[in-house]
Structures are given as structure tokens and as C-alpha cells.
Design a protein around this ligand. Structure first.
Ligand code: C2E
Ligand code: MG
Ligand code: MG
Ligand code: MG
Length: 284
């Protein structure tokens, strides 16, 4: 009967929710030990200069190899790390890895090499003493500020949080660059682009992936590129998977592309191989 079905459903959902909560608690607990047990890796995804085919940028993306559960996606564990506060230690570790990788890439690259690192909103909300951590890490390493790009989402800029504003001013003073990640999915007000010193817009992959000549995404991407260039901002298209998307973006004047068409995120050593290989061919 309908009543039985209803009860069945109720039981089913409750069980799933219970399992989710248990799983989440397990991950939260395991996350606290993951760093000192060396379970994290940083992968790097090359970012391609669309006009030359050259690679002098990459994005650092964390990977968690759980001893029993295997690889766990950052989309599932980063929110937990944010809620439990482990994101701060994890983020600082990713940053230190990125600095080492800058040094390695810079050594084989014929020009300045940049690595971008994601910074989630809660990472800005730190105690006073910890605010300069990344600046200190850069200074101690001897790399230049503009070897680093910090990727943030637009939501963080609309609240006028003093800690965010101060961090961004410090980044500017240190020549660290700033990219707006997942651009187009957030807020409609664009006034923050004028107010803050933004260097890159990263067009969200949902736009890139629906891109075809007569699509509304084509108009949107083109408009983003024109606007960004007028503001002196460069554009990176995320999630480029097909040659058609690549060519359309290139024709529109999009500066950079990132996606499985060029390369998936790869371990550090493979990024070095990729840079070496692409510096010897003319264009992709
Ligand atoms: P994101 O910063 O927007 O990173 C881009 C995501 O798109 C990555 O997922 C990347 O592997 C994926 N991707 C790249 N090219 C393609 C493509 O052609 N097709 C498709 N379908 N996907 C593509 P990933 O590595 O799973 O990371 C997910 C998110 O987790 C990131 O999104 C970022 O928000 C967060 N994240 C990753 N590493 C870190 C970190 O070290 N710190 C913080 N705070 N967040 C991180
Ligand atoms: Mg990113
Ligand atoms: Mg700048
Ligand atoms: Mg993104």
C-alpha cells in the first residue's frame, strides 16, 4: 500500500542520511591525521597559452590518497576540512608544495613560471598572527610574488570583509596575482572587478562545455573576454575538453585554456615532462 511505500521511503532516506553523516565523521576524523601520514599529494594541471601553445602556468590541485578508501575527490573532502578547520594546515602545505614546484618549473622554463593555488573563503578568516603565513613562505623561499596566483571565488569579494580586503592588498604589495575562479556562476554585480586588483578571470567549465558557434554560451564567453580585456584582465577558460571548444575560444581571443583536451592534472614529475615536451613543439 501507499502507506507502506511511504514508510519504506522514509526508512531508505534515513539510512542514507545516517550513512552520509557517519561517512562525513569518518573523513573529518581521518583528515586530522592525513597530513602527518603523508596521504596528500599535489597534482598540477597545465594551463595553455592559446596563442602560442606554450605552457608557463599550472594549477595546483590537492589529492587525498586514503589508505582504505583510495583517492577521495577534493570536492568531497575540502568542505569537511573547511568545517573542521584542518583546511588551514592543509592549505599551507599545498602552498609549500606549490613553491617547490615553481622552483622546479622555473628552472626548465624559458620564462616566468606561475603556479596557481586555490584559497577557500574560510582560509581568509584566520587569527591575526597567521595572516601573513603565505607571504612569509614566499619571502623565505626566494621566489617572486608573481610566481604565484591565488584563486578565489567571487562570493568572497562582495561582503567587504576587512580580512579579505587586507589580504588582497598585501598580495598586491607582494606582486602576488589573483584569479577569480569559476567566473560566471556567482554574483551578478561586477563592480568588485574595478575595486580589487584582479589579474585573471577563469571562465567556469559549465560555460566552456556548452560552447558551440551559435550557443548562448558563445555570446557569454565572448562578452566576458571583451569586458576582461577592457579592464586589463586576462582570461583562462576552464574545462576545455574538445578541439572545437579550443578553436572557438582561441578565435574569441581567450588568453589561456585548461582542460582534459590538453592534460588532466598530473603529478609534479609529469608536469615537468609536459613543459619540456610543449616547449619543443611550435603549437598545440
Ligand atoms: P577548481 O579550482 O575549479 O579546479 C578545477 C577542477 O576542474 C579540478 O577538479 C580539475 O581536475 C577539474 N577539471 C580540469 N579540467 C577539466 C575538464 O576538462 N573537464 C572536467 N570535467 N573537469 C576538469 P578537482 O581537482 O577535483 O578539484 C575540485 C575543486 O576542489 C577545485 O575546483 C577547488 O575548488 C577545490 N580544490 C582543489 N585543490 C584545492 C586546494 O588545494 N585548496 C582548496 N582550498 N581547494 C582546492
Ligand atoms: Mg581553481
Ligand atoms: Mg595584480
Ligand atoms: Mg574552477
Amino acid at each position: 500500500s501507499a502507506k507502506d511505500n511511504g514508510r519504506q521511503c522514509f526508512r531508505f532516506f534515513t539510512k542514507t542520511m545516517q550513512e552520509d553523516a557517519t561517512h562525513r565523521m569518518r573523513l573529518a576524523n581521518d583528515l586530522r591525521h592525513a597530513l602527518k601520514q603523508n596521504q596528500f599529494l599535489v597534482y598540477y594541471q597545465p594551463i595553455i597559452d592559446l596563442s602560442s601553445g606554450q605552457v608557463y602556468k599550472a594549477e595546483a590541485l590537492i589529492r587525498w590518497q586514503h589508505p582504505e578508501l583510495g583517492f577521495i575527490s577534493p570536492a568531497s573532502f575540502i568542505p569537511i576540512a573547511e568545517d573542521t578547520g584542518t583546511i588551514h594546515q592543509i592549505g599551507n602545505w599545498v602552498f609549500s608544495q606549490a613553491i617547490e614546484q615553481v622552483k622546479a618549473c622555473q628552472a626548465i622554463s624559458k620564462r616566468k613560471f606561475q603556479i596557481s593555488v586555490n584559497k577557500s573563503p574560510v582560509q581568509f578568516l584566520v587569527e591575526r598572527g597567521d595572516q601573513h603565513q603565505w607571504l612569509d613562505q614566499i619571502r623565505d623561499s626566494g621566489i617572486d610574488g608573481d610566481n604565484i596566483v591565488i584563486e578565489i571565488t567571487e562570493g568572497i569579494l562582495i561582503n567587504n570583509d576587512i580580512r579579505v580586503t587586507q589580504s588582497l592588498l598585501q598580495y598586491r604589495d607582494a606582486k602576488i596575482q589573483v584569479a577569480i575562479d569559476d567566473f560566471g556562476t556567482g554574483y551578478s554585480s561586477l563592480s568588485y572587478l574595478k575595486k580589487f586588483d584582479v589579474d585573471y578571470l577563469k571562465i567556469d567549465q559549465s560555460f566552456t562545455q556548452s560552447l558551440s558557434l551559435h550557443s548562448s554560451e558563445y555570446a557569454l564567453c565572448e562578452a566576458i573576454i571583451v569586458m576582461a580585456h577592457k579592464l586589463g584582465i586576462q582570461v583562462i577558460a576552464e574545462g576545455v575538453e574538445t578541439e572545437e571548444q579550443h578553436q572557438l575560444l582561441k578565435q574569441m581571443g581567450c588568453d589561456f585554456g585548461q582542460g582534459y583536451l590538453f592534460s588532466r592534472p598530473v603529478p609534479a614529475a609529469q608536469l615537468i615532462e609536459f613543459i619540456t615536451a610543449t616547449s619543443t613543439v611550435d603549437a598545440l
